[in-house]
Design a protein around this ligand. Structure first.
Ligand code: HEM
Length: 416
């Protein structure tokens, strides 16, 4: 018998979306709800709490990405901005044939082979950033490392010159304000950053059209499948998606991962001694403490799932964080162990289904290189004070301030 979702007798997690609920409180409440049920009520609709259901619902094409609805859901009623956001399609909110076509065209440019080609450059950036503070005995890992790390790599990917790093960094920060819950206040900054980035990328595209190079934009310009090509506005949209999706995620994941290691110094030392563990360490840190804790979908039509009717328009929040602690999939899920045998099913911090992270290979390579080098160069890294965390409601969670201390070492770039 099919039952309406509204009639379900399930745990209520609505309060965890309140701004003052901490991540620990949210985690505890979600875990105890997950022991009772695979689904719970939340402020916007329903949280999905078990691994198999999260994957099944993310793979079900009737559930559409809610990323294009953020502005509407945040209560913005400014018609000009609503119209503008509808005019700016994004791969994150595209569905059906439109999405399949985009992924087919851009997929090859984001292969593991392309990501691996950037590893030597990633190592250079990591060493250079570490050289900036290893001669001191203390640092703020966020301000001194995480904030900067992804930008030169995205610039290298785009083939943008070094002197433009600051511009990219500023645009990424401002465009990301869209997820911070202060839309009315931040509107002007967000729109200005989007317009400036559009103009900048537009110019890069024109340059690469006349002089192709060895970068992402040239690869996207050349991308062609059965006579189909990306249009100019699709190229601009993709570059913006990469800048947005590829910077704050990487920064914050690294912050979460190092913060986690400060509570597990043995595992940190082990990684420093055995850098070949880096790929496993990245999967385990992302499983145990992922920066993207959940995503959102809405029902594009009436959907029946597990004998429950979700009417068209229903919102769900598949909890990647909770699924990553599902004891049916990960033995002893509350144990952090970088030597854990690779599980049969992957950790879900990169999502699942058609919107699975396009930059996963690049993000994995970035994290692997950074963690391996950092743990080797700063083997006795420890917390030097309290961590300041972002508000638990942000879409991409992580530390704002991560004070660390360590035995000073000379920079590897120095001659003595
Ligand atoms: C640790 C770092 C990262 C994490 C945790 C992460 C996580 C995610 C997640 C969870 C999604 C799916 C969202 C959803 O289903 O609603 C996603 C999509 C996406 N990611 Fe990442 N990401 C990371 C790094 C990157 C990087 C480095 C890039 C680009 C170079 C990137 C580009 C994208 C794009 C373009 C999409 C949209 C794909 C689509 O809709 O088809 N991400 N990411």
């Amino acid at each position: 018998m099919v039952i309406a979702a509204t009639e379900l007798d399930i745990p209520d997690l609505s309060w965890i979306d309140e701004p003052d609920a901490t991540v620990d409180q949210r985690r505890e409440a979600s875990s105890s709800a997950a022991e009772e049920s695979w689904i719970a009520r939340n402020m916007f609709g329903y949280s999905i709490l078990h691994y198999d259901d999260v994957v099944a619902m993310l793979r079900d094409r009737r559930w559409h990405s809610a990323s294009g609805k953020i502005i509407e859901m945040s209560g913005v009623d400014d018609p000009e901005w609503l119209a503008r956001s509808r005019r700016r399609p994004s791969i994150l909110s595209a569905e059906g044939d439109e999405h399949t076509r985009l992924r087919r065209l851009v997929g090859p440019a984001f292969s593991p082979r392309h990501a691996d080609a950037l590893r030597p450059y990633m190592r250079e950036v990591v060493d250079e950033l570490l050289d900036g503070f290893t001669e001191r005995s203390e640092a703020d890992l966020v301000a001194d490392f995480c904030e900067h790390y992804p930008i030169p790599i995205i610039c290298e990917l785009f083939g943008a010159p070094k002197e433009d790093w600051e511009l990219f960094s500023g645009w990424a920060t401002d465009i990301f304000r869209i997820f911070n819950g202060n839309l009315a206040e931040d509107k002007h900054l967000i729109i200005t950053a989007q317009d400036e980035l559009d103009a900048y990328v537009g110019e890069l595209i024109e340059q690469r059209r006349s002089t192709p190079s060895d970068d992402l934009i040239s690869a996207l310009l050349a991308a062609e499948e059965e006579g189909d090509r990306l249009t100019h506005s699709e190229l601009v949209m993709l570059c913006e998606a990469v800048l947005m999706a590829g910077t704050d995620t990487t920064r914050n994941q690294l912050g979460c991962s190092v913060a986690l290691f400060t509570h597990h110094p043995d595992q940190w030392r082990l990684l420093g001694e055995q850098p070949e563990l880096a790929p496993r360490a990245v999967e385990e840190t992302m499983r145990y403490f992922g920066t993207v804790r959940g995503t959102a979908r809405f029902a594009s039509e009436d959907i029946e799932y597990r004998d429950i009717l979700f009417p068209a328009g229903t919102f769900i929040a598949p909890s990647l964080a909770q699924a990553n602690r599902d004891p049916e999939v990960f033995g002893e899920p509350g144990t952090f162990d970088i030597t854990r045998d690779p599980p049969d099913k992957p950790q879900l911090t990169f999502g699942a289904g058609i919107h699975y992270c396009l930059g996963a290979a690049l993000a994995r390579a970035e994290q692997q290189e950074a963690l391996a080098i950092m743990s080797e160069r700063l083997p006795d890294l420890e917390l030097a004070g309290e961590i300041t965390w972002k508000p638990a409601t942000v879409g991409i969670f992580g530390p704002d301030v991560l004070p660390i201390r360590f035995t000073p070492t000379p920079s590897v770039g120095s001659s003595d």
